[in-house]
Design a protein around this ligand. Structure first.
Ligand code: SF4
Ligand code: SF4
Length: 234
């Protein structure tokens, strides 16, 4: 991202803004109306810009923690830089913008870590029509499958939202992630926009598996449900 890339289009027209976000390094971007159900603390910013960076091809022969260990830091740095550029550009035009960083920053002890509890990236992405929540609990993009890392910018800028939010699963009869999960943590439930994460995933079993990987590989990570999903593969 060069210095010229630091500038957003002169107007905040949605199409031009999304084009610019792709130019500065995102692989996917959409704008959704998240006003329904948003926490009262954030309701003054009813729109969400959902943006994502694609993961490189996975090396399944390596450890289950491989995808996270080897590329998540580089991807997160790219997402954070895109967020910084877009957020400061929107603020310079006089509108509010609150960046919600990638999920791997959830351990951060700063103010923003408290916001994570109030707003998941999946809400932004589904409201922007970019994907659905798979049986694995991961956001599934029809273009990239689960192989994306996400970040969100909440704003009150007068942007046009993408036409169709996604409110149901397109996993259908597939159960690859259910069968592959080493912790038997995936409950084989198709998501709807009213479905809670805990209805779909046994979070204690998943957390125990991640803890085992921390002891084995030094990373609180897994990635098997991501690796086996065929959505988005050509
Ligand atoms: S991250 Fe691993 S343990 Fe957790 S649901 Fe996915 S496959 Fe199962
Ligand atoms: S592996 Fe199949 S069931 Fe699991 S998230 Fe992907 S499409 Fe859905």
């Amino acid at each position: 991202m060069g210095s010229k890339a630091a500038f957003l289009p002169s107007s905040l027209e949605s199409g031009a803004l999304k084009k610019r976000i792709i130019e500065i390094g995102a692989n996917e971007v959409g704008i959704g109306d998240v006003s329904v159900g948003i926490a009262p603390e954030l309701s003054h910013m009813p729109l969400a810009i959902a943006l994502a960076v694609q993961h490189p091809p996975l090396q399944t022969q390596n450890s289950p923690a491989y995808p996270y260990i080897h590329f998540s830091l580089a991807i997160d740095r790219r997402l954070l830089e895109i967020q910084r550029i877009v957020t400061s550009g929107i603020r310079r035009k006089g509108w509010r913008a609150l960046p919600i960083p990638p999920d791997s920053c959830r351990h951060d002890s700063s103010f923003i870590s408290r916001i994570f509890k109030l707003f998941p990236h999946k809400t932004a992405a589904t409201c922007a029509g970019l994907g659905w929540v798979g049986k694995s609990g991961l956001l599934i993009s029809s273009r990239f499958g689960p192989r994306l890392s996400w970040a969100t910018i909440l704003t009150n800028a007068p942007l046009e939202v993408d036409a169709t939010s996604i409110k149901r699963s397109f996993c259908g009869q597939c159960s690859r992630c259910v069968e592959a999960c080493p912790a038997n943590a995936i409950k084989n439930k198709n998501w709807k926009y009213t479905t809670s994460y805990r209805t779909m995933i046994n979070v204690n079993r998943c957390a125990a598996e991640l803890q085992k990987n921390k002891e084995r590989y030094g990373q609180y990570a897994c990635g098997i449900c991501m690796m086996v999903c065929l959505q988005g593969l050509k």
